[in-house]
Design a protein around this ligand. Structure first.
Ligand SMILES: Nc1ncnc2c1ncn2[C@@H]1O[C@H](COP(=O)(O)OP(=O)(O)OP(=O)(O)O)[C@@H](O)[C@H]1O
Ligand SMILES: [Mg+2]
Length: 242
């Protein structure tokens, strides 16, 4: 469960990237975070994961406060950032083992998980290669495997589907559903509205740091009374804000 209360973030004293944000995401939910470029999605995600401190407000993950209990929060979270370009000099398997070490994954279970995950994402053959040699999508997949190897209850994914091939994208969406159905939380940002429409239990649309709408797809369609596609609603909502 994620509880975001009255959270604010201003960069450099002027740009208010997140403006009094309130969101609660329950266990068992896939929650889609939508919004135009520069809306404040990544900033919110960075505060959730402890990369940035909020200027005000509070964030709790499975009951642990990011301010008072940051390590416990990190143990709850698996985070896939928007850019997978990291640890480029490590081999894929070295990176996964590093992640597994950080999260105390025992050797016995680690081997099986790495095998299953790399097979699912078609990465078994390249684990011995350096991340530097990977394509964008392969880099994303190695980051995903590094997160999933420690089986975190709360998944936080910043545009996880960008650059994945159709099969990997399908598998990841399937895994997100499975994970939520096991009473876990999945929070992800995306620009792909068709995906949000299909797999999210609820979505929020954010623009200029403020939530414009939050609810189920049915609630959104009721609210706008015209049974339009999410794309149309999104375009209308964010256009009025220009
Ligand atoms: N490090 C930073 N320093 C200054 N301003 C920043 C910084 N990071 C983000 N911003 C500003 O904060 C606002 C929100 O940015 P953020 O990255 O959270 O948007 P986003 O919703 O993730 O956008 P995108 O869809 O393009 O990824 C933007 O106005 C951006 O210019
Ligand atoms: Mg972003």
């Amino acid at each position: 469960m994620i509880e975001i209360k009255n959270v604010n973030k201003t960069y450099g004293g002027s740009v208010k990237a997140v403006d009094d944000l309130n969101l609660t995401i329950a266990k068992g939910e896939i929650f889609g975070f939508l919004g135009p470029n520069g809306a404040g999605k990544t900033t919110t995600i960075k505060m959730l994961t402890g990369i940035l401190n909020p200027d005000g407000g509070s964030i709790k993950v499975n009951g642990f406060d990011t301010k008072t209990n940051p390590i416990e929060v990190k143990k709850q979270i698996g985070f896939v950032p928007d850019s997978p370009n990291m640890f480029l000099r490590l081999k894929g398997i070295e990176y996964i083992n590093f992640m597994a070490d950080m999260y105390d994954v025992p050797q016995e279970v680690r081997k099986e998980r790495v095998e299953t995950l790399s097979k699912r994402f078609g990465m078994s053959e390249v684990l011995g290669d350096k991340i530097q040699s990977y394509s964008h999508g392969m880099r994303q997949k190695i980051v995903l495997i590094g997160v999933l190897v420690h089986q975190p209850p709360v998944w936080i994914l910043d545009e996880p589907l960008t650059g994945l091939d159709p099969r990997s994208s399908f598998i990841l969406k399937e895994m997100m559903r499975e994970h939520a159905d096991h009473n876990n939380t999945v929070f992800f940002s995306t620009h792909v509205l068709e995906v949000a429409e299909k797999i999210c239990d609820r979505v929020a649309i954010i623009n200029k740091g403020k939530i414009l709408f939050c609810g189920t797809m049915d609630e959104m369609k009721d609210h706008f009374k015209n049974n339009e596609s999410l794309e149309k609603i999104f375009l209308e909502l964010t256009e009025n804000e220009e």
